[in-house]
Design a protein around this ligand. Structure first.
Ligand code: ATP
Length: 620
């Protein structure tokens, strides 16, 4: 009788790419080290190969590297990816996993004299350039703005002379003349790496192995600098890049990276998509055929999978449309997960679209429109919002559900009324302290009495007045009325925080990834069983992407035509790549929803590109 093999062993073709990990491991040979470049489509197991490689390196080289004070550097695109990779590597000290900005800052931050010299030169040059423009310019508003900029830069230049130590926070706002901007750090450090032999020595000695995830979006200056160091230190510096040119969605990545990789680098090829069902892989291939024609195959044990394309008018009610889409998906797939909005992921183009769908627009828009809070708004780290969402909101929930233990725990952990210093100064009468803390909690909770819902400002006022939690001096400014000439951040925050407290809670759920919404860009690297990709240019305010152009509903601009003629990236190719990233997150079923001004063109394009068939399309 024939031996019955486990399914995994039967489907030999599912192991078609297994040689890739071995090819990568061979690059770390002591005698003939090589750099490598693993570029492969979505779901092909690049992250898995990265982790396998690191696990192998830990086992084979970990001890000797650590003993010599060296580390293996891993550069990822986001903090979330850093956390995930560090966790999977069990936080072992042999690895230094960081984002590009932290990596570069760590490398250069102790060279303060060089930093000072570079910044001084750079600001001087900026002033010079502005002065040149001023001479040629026509004055008017632009001229006034330039004059203001020249003045500000001259002030910074004067202050830079006195700076002893420059600071930089890779994850936040960098204000103040002694702090460096994100672009300054990238420009300066990559320039150091590309041109300073000492910095090249330090880099190669500290991190003899450097692996980069999502390298299609790695800043081009860094890629160029690393290529220089690789060439110079062939014997003792190995760079490994993992990525996919079709998933390049940020403009600062290196265009046509694949063509810049030296011939002697090892370039293993992967052809399988381990993530998605057959129909989704076929769609991904046909989207890709409009850009580079690379094809993947699904696993032999992959499900059939379902894709549907829903076309709606821009003026339709979005909530109704998306509800109907989920119902139709549940019906067509027979998968009840589509009936539960916590079980599928809706991918929107910009955060404010999640804000309007999930109900935190009034909080989000003033902050977004001010343009003063970049990443901190997106990751929820604006100080006042963070206190309200991370401390006050759980406290209110615990109190309202009668969980006294949890209330006490939150207060003890976070309140200055019960911290060590408070205990030290009230040694004789600690009950007094406890009573004070209790009274502060009661005062806060009275804001919710009689089914009232307080505004975020009222909540901040209560905790500031009672001292229940430390709020910082900006809250005093927020709680006084608007004054001419005040900091724009304060004005934006005051407007945002005048909303009912529940909007803050919704915002907080969104930034902590506890809602069904995420952006097309933000889900890079992730996967979900059910995905709804929402394309809605009318609601998106950026101009880098245009689904209407991709689907032929809007004409190409003259610039698009010119860029295309010159073989450059256009808003259409950029959008095709974003569309590819969004669709390839789906494992089992995928709904694509297009809101358009031109229903017919969208349908015609979907059919003529063979992205969807007639029976997969719904006109809503
Ligand atoms: N060789 C394999 N055998 C079985 N499953 C695999 C294999 N490689 C990857 N997978 C699974 O396929 C999915 C995609 O893998 P991974 O995230 O590593 O792909 P990726 O190439 O990094 O994807 P993307 O570029 O789309 O982010 C994961 O669920 C992973 O566990």
């Amino acid at each position: 009788m024939a031996k019955i093999m486990p399914l995994e062993e039967c489907s030999i073709d599912n192991h078609i790419d297994d040689h890739v990990d071995q090819e990568i491991q061979d690059c770390f040979s002591i005698d003939a080290p090589k750099c490598f470049f693993v570029f492969a489509g979505a779901g092909s197991g690049k992250t898995r190969s990265l982790i396998n490689t690191l696990t192998f390196l830990d086992k084979e080289r970990g001890e000797s590297l650590l003993m010599n004070g060296k580390q293996i550097a891993v550069i990822t695109y986001t903090n979330a990816a850093c956390d995930e990779i560090s966790k999977r590597l069990q936080y072992k000290p042999i690895f230094s996993v960081s984002t590009i900005h932290s990596f570069l800052w760590d490398l250069i931050k102790s060279y303060q004299a060089d930093i000072k010299e570079w910044v001084t030169r750079s600001v001087q040059k900026e002033i010079e350039d502005l002065k040149q423009k001023q001479l040629k310019g026509r004055g008017g508003k632009a001229g006034e703005k330039r004059a203001e900029e020249i003045k500000k830069k001259a002030e910074r230049l004067a202050k830079i002379k006195t700076v002893k130590k420059f600071s930089y926070n890779p994850n936040g706002d960098n204000v103040g003349y002694d702090s460096l901007s994100h672009s300054e750090v990238v420009k300066m450090s990559t320039e150091f790496i590309a041109t300073e032999p000492t910095m090249q020595d330090i880099l190669a000695a500290k991190y003899p192995i450097l692996l980069i995830d999502e390298s299609q979006d790695t800043k081009k200056e860094l890629v160029d600098a690393l290529l220089i160091v690789c060439e110079k230190y062939k014997e003792r510096f190995i760079v490994g890049m993992f990525g996919d040119t079709m998933q390049r969605i940020y403009n600062d990545g290196k265009d046509n990276l694949a063509n810049c990789i030296p011939d002697e680098w090892v370039k293993p090829v992967k052809v399988m998509n381990h993530r998605s069902a057959n129909r989704i892989v076929a769609l991904a291939n046909s989207i890709r055929s409009t850009v580079d024609g690379q094809k993947q195959q699904a696993r032999s044990d992959a499900e059939k999978g379902i894709v549907r394309f829903f076309i709606a008018s821009t003026s339709d009610d979005k909530e109704d449309v998306e509800k109907k889409v989920a119902e139709l998906m549940a019906r067509d797939t027979g998968d009840i997960g589509w009936n539960d909005d916590t079980q599928y992921k809706s991918l929107i183009l910009e955060h404010h679209m999640a804000a309007s769908r999930f109900g935190f627009s009034d909080l989000y828009m003033p902050l977004n429109n001010s343009g003063k809070f970049d990443t901190s708004l997106r990751d929820g780290s604006i100080t006042e919002l963070s206190i309200l969402s991370k401390i006050v909101s759980p406290l209110v929930t615990a109190y309202q559900s009668g969980n006294d233990f949890e209330v006490a725990k939150i207060v003890r952990k976070n309140s200055p009324l019960l911290n060590k210093e408070a205990f030290a100064s009230e040694l004789s009468d600690q009950t007094k302290m406890l009573e004070k803390a209790e009274a502060a909690v009661e005062a806060l909770m009275r804001l919710w009495a009689d089914e009232k819902i307080p505004s975020c400002l009222e909540v901040l006022k209560s905790i500031r007045d009672t001292g229940l939690f430390k709020v910082g001096s900006r809250v005093d400014e927020l709680l006084t009325g608007f004054s001419q000439g005040e900091n724009e951040k304060v004005t934006a925050l005051r407007n945002a925080l005048s909303v009912p407290f529940y909007e803050l809670e919704k915002y907080s759920s969104y930034v902590t990834d506890n809602t069904r919404f995420a952006t097309h860009q933000g889900v890079k690297g992730l996967e979900f069983p059910r995905v709804m990709v929402i394309m809605d240019d009318a609601q998106a305010r950026g101009f880098l992407f245009s689904y209407e152009k991709l689907f032929g509903a809007k004409a190409q601009s003259d610039i698009d035509v010119k860029n295309k003629r010159e073989g450059k990236d256009t808003s259409i190719t950029r959008t095709a790549r974003l569309f590819y990233v969004a669709c390839t997150r789906a494992q089992k079923s995928l709904a694509v929803v297009a809101y358009t001004e031109n229903v017919k063109s969208v349908k015609d394009t979907a059919l003529s590109n063979c992205w969807f068939s007639e029976d997969e399309i719904y006109m809503l």
